[in-house]
Design a protein around this ligand. Sequence first.
Ligand SMILES: Cc1cc2nc3c(=O)[nH]c(=O)nc-3n(C[C@H](O)[C@H](O)[C@H](O)COP(=O)(O)OP(=O)(O)OC[C@H]3O[C@@H](n4cnc5c(N)ncnc54)[C@H](O)[C@@H]3O)c2cc1C
Length: 389
Amino acid sequence: MSETYDAVVVGAGISGTATAYHLKKFGMKRVLLIDREAGVAHGPTRESAAVVRMHYSEPVLVRMAMESRDMFKNMRVLLGKDGGFKEKGWFIALPPSMMEAAQRNIDMQRHLGLKTGFLSEREIADKAPWLNTDGVGGVIYEPESGYADPVQTTEAFHHAYADLGGESRFRTPCRSLVRSGDRIAGIVLDNGSISAGFTVNAAGPWSKYLAATAGLELQLRAVREQDAIWQVRPNRPMPECSFSTAIEAAYCRALGDRRFILGLGYPKPYHDVDPYNYKRTMDDDFRMVAFEKNVKRVPNLEGAKFLDAYASLYDITPDFYPFVGPRAGLAGYADYCGGSGHGFKIAPAIGKHLAQWIVDGRTGHEFAGLSYDRLAKGSLYGGLGGNRG
Ligand SMILES: Cc1cc2nc3c(=O)[nH]c(=O)nc-3n(C[C@H](O)[C@H](O)[C@H](O)COP(=O)(O)OP(=O)(O)OC[C@H]3O[C@@H](n4cnc5c(N)ncnc54)[C@H](O)[C@@H]3O)c2cc1C
């Protein structure tokens, strides 16, 4: 092999870029980040609604979301550039049937130090005057949540990575992993091979295909995910934050200039696609379905103007939790994929803990639970987890 790196990270979405940055930060000498696209965040990360909230049903993800949120908030200090985070809060309206489970989650989250809780009727009227409360069992409010700019955030990590001497190559497809017995020894590019002490597979919905080049199984689905952008009429009170409704299974995320991203939440149909060849434009019925679900809860959307819509990809794991970390019996390799539609908000902290794991050769029991090894152990996460909590 012609070149040698301590670590190679394949995929410059938020996951790979945050990991590469932390590998440098924790003292790795030669780190290479590669992507087949022209720069960072050209894949699904670019199309992320980038909602940053901390409501999860498993402590490990609550912790990752909280730590990430602190990083979003302090990005200018940490990385030298801002990631576009806006601390506007996050609301979710729940049906009566979900109140008990939500209360259990809130109790656990508060125990971990999260500011969260149900709003009283008066608080709802005060903080969310735009909300139609018919059929609502309760509204959870997280004042310290918000949303970020997914491209700006990834660029901020990349900028800090480059400042630390991290190397990047774009327009550089990785054709395969190099396997030597029980070790991944590097990668193959179009112009030769690179030997690496560690290879991180952060190739998003394409990770499965990269893993397969070394005979590694990776149970990952690629499904289409659509979002639409609407502009509301002037002088109508609207959420300044991102708002989800578990009653209609929909969400509405402020974009500024009276524009809102309207999308569908869980449960919804997931359509598996070939990530190398899928329809990037909206389906005819999506626009109105997403609008009608949202306008039921946020009636001031009535009369809004449709601006744009697009389809991107979710990479979904069997339990909707990401696959992160090395695998038992395989040296020199780590997975970091399977954001399952909620991977942006947790990536800063996951990238940090993964990099620490790679550098130190060990991690805590809780974080190790995210490894692909959980499939073989039958230790999938349950409950309302992942993107469904
Ligand atoms: C429409 C939409 C809305 C979302 N909303 C939210 C949200 O509100 N909040 C939230 O937390 N999450 C959200 N998500 C999920 C989140 O955006 C993703 O989980 C996250 O961005 C995935 O980042 P990634 O770096 O893992 O993968 P990707 O962004 O998919 O990056 C993978 C990269 O790998 C590169 N690559 C692949 N194969 C190769 C190869 N062989 N060689 C070289 N490069 C390769 C690709 O070009 C790509 O740049 C949303 C996702 C979508 C699509």
